[in-house]
Write a protein that binds this ligand. Structure first.
Ligand SMILES: [Zn+2]
Length: 214
């Protein structure tokens, strides 16, 4: 498994590439400033299935480069997938101060998400990708369309923006603190070897869930 970090913005976004015998799963596609396929083609020739943890612009930026994308079935994810402008949530973040010097003001100004199609998931689904098995856990809180993916063989929890090292955004209009706590309690029931976060540090363990709940 590879962690692909997109470091050039105010919080590093991390996508994860899981390789199996016949197929590969790519969790989230970054902000879309760069062609993520260029990196992936250096790592594998396997066919790629994209799994989105949620539809915020910093996680779906390169979705349009892929034929097979899964995301949670929700009005916000449908709306964002069809829209060529950034969602308002991110317009205020299009501030040069939020990006390092390597990204120019015109690149930031020109940042938008290309429309993409996705296959809508609900909790009755599980996904088998080669010998990888992902359980789908709806985890609203940070966003209403948040999903955690739990890879059952390796007991790995892919948490997206529900868990990462750094301040979790729960002040957004679409966030819900009560839902977030419930989602964490639900995740805490899982037998977890490793957690993969959506930003900053790639790998950490389950003790972090308890720290946040406390
Ligand atoms: Zn997010």
């Amino acid at each position: 498994m590879f962690a692909i970090r997109e470091p050039l913005h105010f919080e590093d976004v991390i996508s994860y590439l899981f390789l199996s015998d016949k197929e590969a799963a790519l969790i989230d596609t970054g902000m879309g400033f760069f062609n993520i396929n260029d990196i992936i083609s250096d790592l594998t020739d396997l066919p790629i299935t994209v799994l989105n943890t949620h539809s915020h612009s910093d996680h779906v930026g390169s979705n349009s480069e892929f034929d097979k994308v899964y995301g949670w079935e929700h009005d916000v994810s449908l709306k964002r997938s069809a829209n060529t402008t950034l969602d308002p949530l991110f317009l205020e973040l299009k501030d040069k101060k939020m990006f390092p010097d390597e990204i120019t003001a015109s690149e930031i100004e020109g940042w938008f998400i290309k429309p993409y199609s996705f296959i809508a998931l609900n909790e009755t689904n599980s996904l088998t990708i080669g010998d990888l098995k992902f359980k789908i856990i709806h985890s609203p809180g940070h966003s209403p369309d948040g999903i955690c993916f739990y890879e059952t063989n390796s007991k790995t929890l892919i948490a997206g923006d529900n868990l990462y090292m750094g301040p979790i955004f729960l002040q957004l209009e679409e966030s819900n603190l009560k839902d977030y706590i419930e989602s964490l309690k639900n995740l805490n029931d899982l037998d977890i070897n490793l957690i993969l976060g959506g930003h900053n540090e790639a790998f950490f363990d389950k003790t972090y869930i308890n720290e946040i709940i406390d």
